[in-house]
Design a protein around this ligand. Structure first.
Ligand SMILES: *Cc1c(COP(=O)(O)O)cnc(C)c1O
Length: 411
């Protein structure tokens, strides 16, 4: 007997970018033990959970220790207490009405954005922005929806929507019929946003073409400007065409604690081969109740504390801290004449690399000359070549030190 593997896994691009970065940094550090390396590459927060969150987390853990307050399996879709707070605090204030059965609590937006493609046929045409959060692409590769990768770094059956300086990082509507469109705003990696009018064009496209938008709003809490939508449901008609992914990872530091949620409005329909409609909400519910057994009770309690008045203040402080770093990075890079994008409504700064140097050459130069680690833009897709991502997830002290070092370089 020989066990056959899922061969689509063989189509994945080898050497995941963050592994490659880690290897280069480790090699450099071994050769230069004195170098004080500042890491501005990684997309992980560095501040601990806040007091309000920790207190509820601990209380809930204590409850688990007593028979009369112990919790076993909870609802797969999440506890009512958390769903209610999400609707009340995230959506109601923006004029968005959601039913409780439209919110699905999960252990991560990464998991949800990776899993959602399961409920769609393999025959759907998929579009992603380029550069892009790699999960959307790789989960479709694994499912067999993309074919193999061309020499230019693009998968055969995937539509890429370039986002570059030339189009000010606003993707153009596809000129062919696309079924599933992944959008992420504020964007990782570019840190750029779409305003309401720009996002409305996508909702209108989806309505006209019977497409579905998979909208990742993991960085929603970083939005500072007025005309930037926090939720796609702020756009009229989006309930018919959009699924929204949110997470407690980047706003409340839950990257190691794990809690997120996905909104699937009851109106969104998919079609079977006979042309009959089926609500996506039922399919996603079936998927989650079958393959997922809910987020742990203490974690959901901890997430709920994000919505207490103390919690809200603490979260605001966290975001302000990172946004100050963002501003420091933006200003410093601008001052040395670089073209800088993002960082206004997001913790990521995307910079054009001077002198037509490529992403990895510039990565090596920064590491060698300034002992700073960024993320090469090309790791997020072919249109990221020639760019570098810096993240604001660091201490203010390190951020300032890093910017001083960069300012002393001459390109
Ligand atoms: C960090 C991040 C997430 C959050 O993932 P979790 O699994 O909730 O930690 C989702 N989408 C994007 C684009 C991200 O950068």
């Amino acid at each position: 007997m020989t066990v056959k593997i899922n061969e689509y896994y063989l189509l994945l691009k080898g050497n995941y970018i963050f592994a490659e970065i880690a290897e280069r940094v480790e090699n450099y550090q071994t050769e230069h033990p004195q170098a004080n390396i500042i890491k501005m590459g990684i997309g992980d927060v560095n501040k601990p959970l806040t007091h309000a969150v920790i207190r509820e987390f601990q209380n809930a853990v204590k409850e688990m220790s007593k028979a009369d307050t112990f919790h076993g399996y909870g609802p797969e879709q999440g506890y009512q207490f958390l769903i209610e707070e999400i609707i009340k605090n995230e959506y109601k204030p923006r004029g968005i009405e959601l039913n409780e059965n439209e919110v699905f609590i999960s252990d991560g937006a990464k998991c949800d954005t990776g899993n959602i493609q399961e409920i769609f046929s393999l025959n759907n045409k998929v579009a992603v922005t380029d550069p892009v959060y790699p999960v959307y692409v790789d989960s479709n590769v694994m499912a067999g929806r993309t074919g193999s990768m061309n020499k230019d770094g693009r998968y055969q059956n995937l539509t890429y929507l370039p986002c570059t300086e030339e189009n000010k990082f606003v993707p153009e509507l596809p000129n062919s019929n696309i079924d599933l469109i992944y959008l992420c705003y504020p964007n990782n990696p570019t840190g750029t946003t779409l305003n309401k009018e720009q996002l409305r064009e996508w909702v209108d496209y989806a309505k006209d073409n019977k497409s579905i938008i998979l909208f990742d709003a993991a960085y929603e809490a970083y939005i500072q400007e007025k005309n930037i939508p926090h939720s796609i449901y702020e756009i009229e008609g989006a309930r018919d065409v959009a699924v929204e992914f949110r997470s407690f990872s980047k706003n409340a530091g839950f990257t190691g604690t794990r809690c997120a949620y996905t909104v699937v409005p009851e109106e969104i329909m998919g079609y079977d081969v006979h042309g009959h409609t089926h609500p996506l909400n039922s399919l996603w519910k079936r998927r989650q109740t079958t393959k997922f057994n809910g987020v742990s009770y203490p974690v959901q309690k901890a997430a709920m504390a994000v919505y207490s008045s103390e919690g809200k203040n603490e979260i605001k402080e966290l975001i302000n801290y990172y946004m100050k770093n963002s501003a420091v990075i933006r200003e410093s890079l601008k001052n040395i004449g670089l073209n800088v994008y993002g960082g206004v409504n997001s913790p990521y700064i995307w910079t054009k690399i001077p002198k037509n140097m490529n992403s990895w050459d510039f990565f090596d130069l920064l590491l060698d000359k300034a002992h700073i680690v960024g993320t090469p833009g090309v790791g997020f897709g072919p249109s990221g070549e020639g760019y570098l991502r810096l993240s604001a997830f660091n201490t203010l002290k390190n951020t300032k030190e890093a910017m001083e070092r960069i300012s002393n370089l001459s390109f």
